[in-house]
Every structure is written in C-alpha cells, then in structure tokens.
Design a protein around this ligand. Structure first.
Ligand SMILES: C[S@@+](CC[C@H](N)C(=O)[O-])C[C@H]1O[C@@H](n2cnc3c(N)ncnc32)[C@H](O)[C@@H]1O
Length: 288
C-alpha cells in the first residue's frame, strides 16, 4: 500500500468485476451502446476543440491514460491511426481487449507502475486522460504528468482533466419537502416543527461535511472500507496554480484550460490542453 497504487489496482479490479460501466461513469444506468456512445460524443466534441486551438496536430499515434473499458480509446480510433489504451486494472484491460468493436489500430496495455514503462519517450502525438487523475493519490499525480510530457512528441499535445478544489461555499437553494421554500406566514407551532425537522436533517449533512474536511478522518474511513475489503473510489484534487507552475517548470505550454463538470457539483474541475514544445524532446528521456 506504500504509494496507494495497490489500493487503486485492487479497487478498480473489484469495480471491473462488479459493475464496470457504473464505476467508470457513476450515477447512471448504462447499457453497452449508450456507454460507448457517450465516449464517441465526448471525444468528437473534444477533438473539435483541440483542432480549433491546434490545427497542426499530427494524427498518427494517441494514448488514452486510464482507459478503463476503452470508452474513449475506441472513440479516439476515428481520429488517430493508432491508439493505445493504458490502465492499472488488469480486469479492465482484459474486458477492453475482449471487446471487438472497431478495434483496427487499437491496443490495450496493462501498466501497474508509476511510470508509463511500455511507452517510449517522444512517441505519442496526442494523449488524453479524462476522469482518471482524480482517483490517483496526490503524491503520484505530478509523476504521471511528467510522464505525459516524456511520452508526448515535441509538437504533440496532451489533454487531461483534474479536480482543482472542493467547493464548500456553493449557495444552496432552500427546499422544504422537495419544493422551494415558500414563506407562507406559518403558525408558531408549524415554525417549531419545521425548525426541528430541519435540524434533524442537518446533523448527518454536518457530520459528512466535517468528515470530508478532515483529511485524517477521510483516510480513516477509507482504510476501514479497505480492511473490510470494500473497493474505494477516492476523489483527489490538486491546486490549479500549483499545476500551472509545475507544467511551466516541466516545459509544457498550456494552450487552453477550461472548467468542466466532470467531477460533479462538490468539486471544481478543469481540463488542461498542454503543448509539448519542439526542442523539449530527448532531454526529457531520463526522467526519474
Ligand atoms: C473513472 S474510470 C475512467 C475510464 C476512462 N478514462 C473513461 O473515461 O471511460 C478511471 C480509470 O482509471 C484507471 N486508473 C486509476 N489509476 C490509474 C493509474 N495509476 N494508472 C492507470 N490507470 C489508472 C482505473 O483503473 C479506471 O479504469
């Protein structure tokens, strides 16, 4: 469990066995068609955006980091001659490999390390990673981003999504029994009743909020789940300013950075479009 990667492997293998599509895209029921259709829509729209900001992108090789069942990998094969999907979960890779949809030029590779060991330096024109870094322990995130820079060709692009902070100050609409609160001059008795119900409902929310605020408690709850052999899905964040400084230091040029809703309401999330400038190639081959 030293660097948290074992926990990731274990949890994502368990998710792949139980409800792989539901774990990849939480909060909805999927069938295979709607699941892969969501990938096509996401990739087609993202590629439009990419080509708008960087029309010179070479379309030979792309890499999908944290490919899962290949939802985005298969969709990328419409835009690139060759696509590699890479994932830490053996079960996900097995299931993606067994899926025979438009698999021309598509391969899946298991990568259980902190480095992208199977991918040579300066070999990829385009790298994509959506809804992956958020699950990776904070201390490993920068290492993977350095690897994105290492494997991307000079003049190539990588695009990744990552939550940047928890949103604690969202203005909540006030609801009463499922409907917006209606100030209807209630009697004193009714007011006391409402206040009591509201207080009772507030307690579990407050406990949850405190648990989320306290990293130690959060970690303790995760370990309790793991001891019970329950897979866990962490949601991690990295500050936007820290990421921007890191990318600059490593030689990446942020062409675009836009907010997205990939991590849900409780987390602010951004998609970064980063160019590896020509001339920052071979000198990075010895990273680590
Ligand atoms: C939420 S799923 C997203 C899958 C895919 N990107 C998509 O959008 O359909 C997250 C995936 O990231 C993979 N993953 C988590 N940590 C990883 C790591 N350190 N290296 C490679 N893959 C990882 C998990 O196994 C899982 O398949």
């Amino acid at each position: 469990m030293k660097d948290g990667l074992n926990e990731l492997k274990y949890s994502w293998n368990e998710f792949a066995k139980k409800d792989a599509m539901g774990a990849v895209l939480t909060g909805k029921e999927w069938n295979e068609e709607s699941f892969y259709q969501s990938g096509r829509e996401e990739v087609d729209s993202l590629m439009e955006e990419v080509l708008e900001i960087y029309p010179g992108l070479n379309r030979a090789r792309s890499l999908d980091f944290g490919c899962g069942l290949g939802r985005l990998t298969f969709a990328l094969s419409k835009h690139f001659r060759h696509v590699t999907g890479i994932d830490i979960s053996k079960k996900m890779i097995e299931r993606a490999t067994a899926n025979r949809r438009n698999s021309d030029g598509v391969e899946f590779v298991l990568n259980e390390s902190r480095r992208l060991t199977a991918i040579p330096s300066d070999s990829v024109d385009f790298l994509l990673s959506l809804i992956v870094l958020q699950h990776i322990p904070k201390k490993c995130i920068k290492g993977y981003i350095s690897e994105f820079l290492r494997v991307t060709k000079p003049g190539g692009l990588f695009v990744f999504q990552i939550p940047t902070r928890r949103v604690r100050d969202e203005k909540k609409e006030r609801y009463w029994e499922g409907r917006p609160l209606n100030w209807d001059s209630p009697s004193l008795g009714k007011l006391c009743y409402r206040a009591t119900v509201r207080f009772i409902r507030w307690i579990p929310r407050k406990v949850r909020e405190l648990a989320l605020k306290d990293d130690r408690l959060h970690r303790f709850l995760f370990f309790c789940k793991l001891w019970g052999e329950e897979p866990v899905m962490r949601m991690n964040t990295m500050k936007k300013s820290a990421l921007e400084r890191f990318l600059k230091k490593e030689g990446g040029v942020v062409l675009k950075c836009r907010q997205d809703s990939a991590a849900g309401d409780a987390l602010e999330s951004f998609t970064f479009f980063v160019l590896k400038e020509s001339g920052t190639g071979q000198d990075r081959a010895d990273f680590h």
